[in-house]
Design a protein around this ligand. Structure first.
Ligand SMILES: Nc1nc2c(ncn2[C@@H]2O[C@H](COP(=O)(O)OP(=O)(O)OP(=O)(O)O)[C@@H](O)[C@H]2O)c(=O)[nH]1
Ligand SMILES: [Mg+2]
Length: 366
């Protein structure tokens, strides 16, 4: 999974990136406008992998991973800079949009004062503008091709682009509209940015962590997006980037105390991953053995043969059966032999819908 951190200048993107990856990149008082993007890969914390690894004592234990990227901020009205940022973020599975809600007079705000609602609107506008630009260009090129070369434009794509354009013109990002499978296929090659699911991180002041002010702020922001036809593809996560970065630099036992004192139940580095899995509808299945215990990330609703393809295309192609045991059964009974004796190991066919926590052994033949 790849998550791209974005937001206006000085909203706390790099601070959050540090909190999520445990890195220590300098967060500056002035806006960063050049330099290379920061990339960090972290393990998806998964208690099940830890437990299974204790049982199997494999040569290798492999967690699922998340890749984060952090780059320069979005500048309102600067289409060139924003194009650079959005191009970099195209391969991402979701955007993490940092909205500044913390007060600190020493940190310059590009808009002069703290106003999360205005900033969320501004961010959405830039995403929308960027996609509108792509649509206009594409439609122009289609018209040109027809005029000059007599090439007939793909009616399906044209219709879909026009539909998207109408929503965008009404300030609705593409992630929040209903698109059919066919429609999604027509426009996939354009790699729109507003179509990516989005986690809005509200970077709040540390003294607002307790109490209800973050919730109140979320209510206000929900109002901002009340005209979106679909709401599910956008979620809000309040946190303090500064505190979370401090937490990420601590050793574990220490941070547990610290978290308790602050009333934080789960550090951002875990919380954001959970929220992303939920937002993207992702689950994990597991493979076990003496060689390797491993977690694999798939979309919920994935069929067994497709899940097999995650491991290797040969296994998908030569799929025979999936031997499935649920993680909870294995932990309850303590060993695979017990599970099998109790008849709790199932043989499933290629269309079986894999569930979160399934331990799978694929039988295949190539
Ligand atoms: N008080 C407070 N300051 C913060 C918080 N998050 C970030 N800052 C400060 O705000 C300034 C900017 O933070 P960065 O993380 O560099 O912000 P950025 O969005 O990466 O900024 P650019 O990359 O320059 O656009 C730094 O001085 C941070 O220490 C926070 O939660 N609370
Ligand atoms: Mg930065």
């Amino acid at each position: 999974m790849k998550l791209a951190i974005t937001g206006l200048a000085n909203s706390g993107k790099t601070t959050l990136f540090n909190a999520l990856t445990g890195q220590n990149i300098e967060a500056t008082l002035y806006a960063t406008t050049s330099g290379d993007p920061h990339v960090g890969v972290v393990k998806v914390p998964d208690e099940r992998v830890v437990r299974l690894s204790q049982i199997y004592e494999p040569r290798k234990t492999t967690f699922a991973t998340v890749e984060y990227i952090d780059y320069i901020g979005i500048a309102q009205g600067d289409q060139d800079q924003n194009r650079l940022v959005f191009d970099l973020m195209k391969g991402a599975d979701a955007l993490v949009c940092v909205i500044r809600a913390f007060n600190d007079d020493s940190v310059v705000h590009p808009n002069g004062n703290i106003d999360p609602q205005r900033d969320l609107r501004a961010m959405e506008s830039e995403l929308i503008l960027s996609d509108l630009e792509l649509i206009e260009k594409r439609l122009d090129r289609m018209a040109e091709g027809q005029q000059k070369k007599g090439k007939k434009p793909d009616e399906g794509e044209k219709r879909t682009l026009e539909k998207c354009r109408e929503y965008l013109e009404n300030e609705i990002p593409l992630r929040n509209i209903e698109l059919g499978i066919e429609e999604a296929r027509y426009i996939r090659h354009l790699q729109f940015i507003s179509i990516l699911p989005m986690i809005v991180v509200l970077n709040i002041s540390e003294d607002h962590l307790a109490g209800s002010s973050a919730e109140k702020l979320i209510e206000v922001l929900k109002d901002t997006i009340s005209h979106y036809p679909l709401k599910e593809q956008l979620t809000f996560v309040p946190l303090s980037g500064k505190i979370e970065m401090e937490i990420s630099q601590l050793d574990d036992p220490e941070s547990e105390e610290f978290l308790k004192d602050l009333g934080i139940t789960e550090p951002a580095r875990n919380r954001l991953i959970h929220e992303s899995y939920k937002l993207l509808g992702l689950i994990s299945f597991l493979t076990v053995g003496e060689d390797e215990v491993r977690a694999w990330t798939i979309s919920s609703g994935t069929e067994a043969h497709k899940a097999a393809g995650k491991i290797h295309s040969d296994i998908e192609r030569g799929f025979i059966r999936a031997e499935v045991v649920s993680y909870s059964d294995l932990i309850e009974l303590g060993s695979m032999t017990e599970v099998k004796q109790k008849g709790l190991s199932r043989l499933e066919g290629k269309n079986y819908i894999v569930r979160d926590g399934d331990i799978i052994n694929f039988r295949f033949n190539v």
